[in-house]
Design a protein. Structure first.
Length: 140
């Protein structure tokens, strides 16, 4: 099995809170960035999704904070899709310092919205498989 897709991010000073650690909301930005970067690697852009009349939607997100992150820390944000079947899928992500310390674990439940009907697509993995240039990158 290959390593999960990952993108490196450096914590910026303006992303920290009064205690000096990464603001909790910024973890969501890092996770979203990694997801879109993985889709891009797989050949799926926002405009490509829109031209097919669909868009990804977040239905639930859980963050488990393990260790604080400070300005200047470099982290790798991984991203793995788990299709499981049905209208939803799960995305597992880990925010890991370059020394291997896990800072956070993020689990997101998502779906693919039919932009005209405003309903979830029945089998989102089928649409992603149709749109991607690299099915393996998305675990398809």
């Amino acid at each position: 099995m290959s390593e999960p897709y990952s993108v490196r991010v450096t914590v910026r000073g303006y992303e920290t809170d009064v205690q000096g650690h990464l603001n909790q909301a910024v973890y969501l930005n890092y996770a979203e960035h990694a997801r879109w970067m993985l889709l891009q690697v797989a050949g799926i852009t926002q405009s490509r999704l829109q031209s097919h009349g669909v868009g990804p939607v977040a239905l639930e997100t859980t963050i488990r904070y393990r260790r604080e992150l400070l300005a200047g820390d470099e982290v790798d944000v991984s991203c793995v899709f788990d299709w499981g079947g049905g209208k939803t899928f799960t995305i597992e992500q880990t925010v890991t310092r370059t020394d291997g310390t896990v800072a956070a674990e993020i689990t997101a439940v998502g779906g693919l919205l039919d932009l005209e009907r405003r309903k979830l697509v029945a089998n989102p993995q089928d649409v992603f498989r149709e749109l991607t240039e690299d099915p393996a990158a998305l675990g398809l």
